[in-house]
Write a protein that binds this ligand. Structure first.
Ligand SMILES: [Zn+2]
Length: 420
């Protein structure tokens, strides 16, 4: 990594990134003014599309789900690495996006998470173009949609073809999506989320007494779920986050519903928990019906429907693995101490679950208040994030014969990105 750092062109690129920092801030401020809730990122995508073209990337295009992709072609046959930041935010369309400034601190919903990261993608692409740097493999810049909440990683699912689309042959993935510049997330917390709805006929609480209640059935289900025993390692969790139902105090409800969230670092533990949850709900319904002497064929009996609201795959990598340690050493040579964050749920979940080396790292500068309307971003030593990312990309791709951290090139067929 030190050898890389000593390269004249890398030094030039580093100086470019420092000089380009003003423009990166300007673009961050412009972009955070564009509302972009998950599934409604079109305007921001258009902005990024124009900037990627200006930055000299090739094959710039917006794919079917709204991801903006552009390529910095490599010199030869090295690994193909994706550098990503997400365009969506957790804030609804009507959120007040008035930008406030106090010294070098700026406040605006979405300014850090993940607008700053998208601006850094553009700056890194510009730097590579300006000084003429190429890796051995292609470096794909990707401003992806739908990282947040019910967006359910739709953008990266598409990039990696797990939504049934064509699978791109990527060998490594870096997402910039954390407020700690030197942070490294290398394990993927998987999740399954369900909306469970209990249906009944309903009735008067006195004259209709004897009709089973969807709310009582749901209560039975929640009681069972509350008693679940789950492993602490790999950490596995569950919660009933939202409950709804009923119309009045003297009415047997017609309907009730709950939102359930289950998570684990381990795919098998998550699958086991999910199976247990489904079984518990089915049993609760049977018990509620049986309590009133009804079977599944009686017209007043309770029925239940499951609607899956989210599924993010789990996966683990060793802390000592190549991509994590490459990022760690890149942090060190830039003068930052690595903050191992370990596990989270990010765009890197998708490649990690597929066995493709992937991490999520932090953007430059400081930030806080993510996912609140008080989100802020502080513009201090901001170029260190992009500098680390450039170094990391070159190390993983291979550059001027330096290959200590080069990722294996697992796929060697050519893909035309412009023809998706
Ligand atoms: Zn984010």
């Amino acid at each position: 990594m030190e050898e890389l750092l000593r390269c004249k062109t890398v030094q030039e690129a580093f100086r470019f990134l420092e000089k380009d920092d003003k423009r990166t801030l300007q673009e961050t401020l412009e972009m955070c003014q564009i509302p972009a809730p998950s599934y409604q990122e079109e305007k921001k995508a258009e902005y990024v599309f124009g900037k990627m073209q200006e930055a000299g990337l090739e094959d710039v295009h917006i794919d079917e789900v709204g991801n903006v992709l552009g390529v910095r072609k490599g010199n030869g046959n090295g690994p193909r690495i994706v550098l990503a930041g997400h365009t969506d935010t957790v804030f609804p369309m009507e959120t007040d996006l008035t930008l406030k400034q106090d010294g070098n601190r700026y406040s605006c919903p979405g300014i850090g998470d993940d607008t700053r990261a998208v601006a850094e993608l553009l700056s890194i692409a510009r730097a590579m173009n300006a000084v003429g740097i190429r890796g051995e493999g292609d470096i794909v810049f990707c401003a992806n949609v739908c990282e947040e909440g019910l967006g359910d990683l739709r953008g990266t699912k598409h990039v990696f073809g797990v939504d049934g689309s064509a699978r791109h042959p990527f060998d490594g993935f870096i997402s910039i999506d954390d407020k700690n510049t030197s942070g490294i997330i290398y394990q993927a917390v998987g999740s399954e989320r369900y909306l469970v709805t209990f249906h009944g006929t309903g009735g008067h609480s006195y004259t209709g007494f004897g009709i089973p209640s969807p709310i009582h059935a749901m209560g039975r289900a929640i009681a069972k779920i509350s008693d679940f025993q789950v492993p602490s390692a790999p950490k596995t969790t569950f919660t009933v986050g939202v409950v709804n139902g009923g119309s009045s105090v003297n009415v047997i409800a017609e309907e009730s519903s709950m939102l359930v969230d289950m998570r684990s670092l381990d795919a098998n533990a998550l699958a086991e928990l999910s199976a247990k949850f489904h079984k518990a709900v089915e049993e609760a319904v049977e018990e509620e019906n049986a309590r009133w002497g009804l079977g599944i064929n009686d017209s007043d009996c309770i029925t239940v429907t499951f609607e899956q609201k989210g599924k993010r795959p789990a996966g683990t990598q060793e802390k000592q693995c190549q991509i994590v340690q490459a990022a760690n050493v890149a942090n060190q040579v830039i003068g930052m101490e690595t903050l191992y964050i370990g596990a989270a749920s990010t765009d890197a979940n998708i490649p990690i679950s597929l066995g493709i080396p992937a991490i999520t790292v932090g953007w430059g500068g400081k930030g806080g208040g993510e996912h609140t309307i008080h989100e802020w971003y502080e513009h201090t030593e901001t170029w260190k994030g992009p500098q680390r990312d450039l170094l990391l990309l070159l190390a993983l791709s291979g550059f001027e014969g330096i290959r200590k951290y080069q990722l294996p090139h697992i796929t060697d067929f050519n893909v035309d990105f412009s023809k998706e």
